[in-house]
Design a protein around this ligand. Sequence first.
Ligand SMILES: *Cc1c(COP(=O)(O)O)cnc(C)c1O
Length: 407
Amino acid sequence: MSGTLNLSAGRSYLAIPGPSVIPDQVLQAMHRPSPNIYAGELVDMTATLIPDLRRVARTKHHAAIYICNGHGAWEAALSNVLQPGDKVLVPSSGRFAIGWSEMAEGLGIDVEVIDFGNHAPWDLARVAERLKADTSHQIKAVLGVHVDTSSSIRNDVPGLRAVLDAEQHPALLMADCIASLGCDRFEMDDWGVDVMVTGSQKGLMVPAGLAFVFFNDKAAAVRAAMPRVSRYWDWTPRANPEEFYQYFGGTAPTHHLYGLRASLDMIHAEGIENVWARHAQLARAIWAACEAWGQDGPMAMNVTDPALRSHAVTALRLGGSRATQLREWLEQTLGLTLGIGLGMAPPRSPEWHGFFRLGHMGHLNGHMVMGLLGGIEAGLRALDIPHGAGALDAAAAVLSEAGQQAS
Ligand SMILES: *Cc1c(COP(=O)(O)O)cnc(C)c1O
């Protein structure tokens, strides 16, 4: 035998927090010739997507589809309800809240960030204090990232609604659910969210390229009072199309729509409550392993309190340049790709190489989680990175709880 032993042939596994693993059903639904975009199957099928998207978002209100990524959804949502000079408040628990606020700044919006750093959720008492001080209601919207994918913190969206209500503040509550929709419980209507944005490539398991903005009647009224909205981002014709092209402001994203149809069928066949429960249990298995590794060595989860952790992404620190070494070893040797760290250190700085993230969103089951964790265990050994024992046992113990009610 010559060269180094390599075990990466076979199906590769992208375990990063978006894009997520694409199910075969979605890939197969997309593998087809271009359909007619004027009449027939595609037109009829697209109308069926809207009610099924609403069911995932837990809303009976309006939905607009865009051909863009999450950044586009950010701009779409802002463009419909905020004018240059309007003020927004952004409680931040990581890089994505900052990203949305930068997008707002680019539109001339006056942004005020309350930065809770990379390790803490929103402090709702501080948000309440700021809203109380805004007696003349200058703040037109509060932008809240539900799960910040950089820190893996899950924020309390209903708690933020309660604060707005307690202060009788009329600002719109706008939520970024790009990392959480179809993974962590989210209830748009019950939680009183006015505008919600999400993308196709995370919990919805479709390639990047579709984004969605959901909005209620209060937000629609704010839109109606706007002096001017970019024709392309305007959600009004998209949510109430008289002609098929109006859903998309032009040519339909034909193949993505077929992929989305397949993914929504999968989600609703499983049941959204079951999808959330699956993500929660698989996340617990991952945390149990990370906890065990961290007992004896440098590995540490970014979020200490499990109640504040996302069920879709876990941010970790290994220190030194060990996270980059681990990622590279796993990809090259085992065909397993982990996520880079985000927002914890300047990109490519020496410290940056000490952080990484695990994506566990969407099309994921128990054996994939054991493969992910087993791969990391092998990588820690191969690279002589100190780590506690028993990680795989701990994860298996969590997974063994599944199916107990059935037997
Ligand atoms: C992925 C993500 C985004 C950005 O989405 P893109 O499709 O990469 O533009 C924004 N917010 C959150 C919370 C995300 O997870």
